[in-house]
Design a protein around this ligand. Structure first.
Ligand code: FEO
Length: 397
């Protein structure tokens, strides 16, 4: 993938990963990109690198602009290996005068690469360096999403190089937001937020406020994954504000797994009850819906209702996986409920409720367990459960 000049003398030199399909449990059905940026200035400066297997594409891109040996500064906004996989090789090739990183970034680099001898220069929020005609200001973004994470802001270009924040896992031939379908772009951005940043929402709120207080004028946001926000930086900032407030709408998800379709029948009856109350509702069978796609839908859903048959005195494995994943991402201010069929012991509903309680969901109802196959009366109770949850959703509006 050819380099792209994103600002005068500032180039995208990253790599596009068309093949990746799983990113730590997040399904990357359309691949991703690892964005790195090269500023050609009095001090030639490289911002971040790429995942190691894509080293030749990355080095080729740098060589299209300059000899890597001429690079003076490396800026490491984030130490996770999708951005530092090529760092040891870059240090060897460039022999940089300085490697700029946050205090936690230095610690993380020493832990990853066991190189105390690299020319680290630790920077903190508010610190700035001059490259020549442009400067770089640093903003630490601790725990967004690693302790070492930071932003680099270039005031002369009104450009925020934002590391993982505002990214999307989406491999494309285009580099800018205005060159792709806007609706699809936001689906990828929402999936990224729901699956990577949701649990840090209160920190995102503080960061957005901090960026505003610092008065950073931003007309381009260049994340380390996906498209660069050239035409709509404000839109993604507004979306992050909304998502990090954990704002929901009258929408419910019925997430279930089933052995012999009894739990599925219950799911459909609960669905009918919700729809009757005018609630937007989705049936998400875990046999066909990936956990990370469920989380994307959960981003704006007020109620999450989980159903599982009982297997070996517990819930089905896909439900255990889903709940463990969801709990880690900490959706807040949600209504929850459980249901499921069983043969003789029936622990699944109790176990689901225990997870929902731990995750601080508002549980309106003990849930419904049905032996073997739901009767007409059982299904009527499921419809009523849907009605009750629907009414509770409307009361929160
Ligand atoms: Fe894209 Fe946290 O690495």
């Amino acid at each position: 993938m050819a380099t792209v000049e994103i600002k005068e003398d500032l180039y995208w030199v990253g790599a596009v990963d068309w093949e990746i399909r799983d990113f730590h449990g997040y399904s990357t059905k359309k691949g991703t990109t690892y964005n790195a940026f090269l500023a050609m200035d009095e001090k030639i400066t490289l911002f971040d690198t790429v995942k190691k297997p894509l080293r030749s594409e990355f080095l080729h891109n740098i060589r299209r602009i300059t000899d890597p040996a001429k690079i003076d500064y490396l800026i490491v906004n984030h130490v996770e290996m999708d951005h530092t996989g090529c760092l040891p090789e870059m240090v060897e090739l460039a022999k940089p005068e300085k490697i700029f990183c946050s205090p936690m970034g230095k610690k993380a680099m020493v832990d990853h690469f066991q190189r105390e001898d690299w020319p680290y220069q630790v920077v903190k929020t508010g610190d700035a360096i001059r490259l020549g005609k442009r400067s770089v200001q640093f903003v630490e973004t601790r725990m967004l999403h690693w302790p070492d994470s930071m932003f680099s802001y270039i005031p002369e270009d009104r450009l925020l190089i934002s590391s993982d924040a505002f990214g999307q896992h989406w491999a494309t031939s285009e580099r800018f937001d205005d060159e792709v379908d806007g609706a699809e772009l936001f689906v990828h951005a929402a999936k990224y937020y729901a699956n990577i940043l949701l649990l840090y929402s209160s920190l995102v709120q503080k960061l957005l406020q901090g960026v505003q207080d610092m008065g950073l004028a931003i007309d381009m946001i260049a994340p380390d994954h996906g498209l660069i926000w050239r035409s709509h930086p404000q839109k993604i900032l507004e979306a992050y504000d909304r998502w990090s407030r954990q704002e929901t709408r009258p929408k419910a998800l019925i997430i279930y797994d089933t052995m012999w379709n009894s739990t599925q029948k219950m799911a459909k009856a609960i669905f009918d009850g919700l729809v009757k109350e005018g609630i937007t509702c989705q049936l998400l069978d875990l046999q066909g819906n990936h956990r990370s796609d469920v989380m994307t839908e959960a981003l704006d859903a007020k109620a999450l209702i989980f159903g599982s048959s009982t297997l070996n005195n517990g819930m089905l494995p896909r439900m255990a996986d889903m709940l463990s994943y969801m709990k880690g991402l900490r959706p807040a201010n949600r209504i929850g409920a459980a249901f499921g069929s069983y043969g003789w012991s029936g622990e699944a509903v109790k176990q689901i409720n225990a997870v929902l309680e731990e995750a601080k969901f508002q549980i309106l109802d003990p849930g419904i367990s049905v032996k073997y196959v739901p009767t007409h009366e059982d299904l009527r109770k499921c419809v009523q459960l849907g009605n009750r949850i629907g009414k509770a959703i409307k009361e929160t509006e």
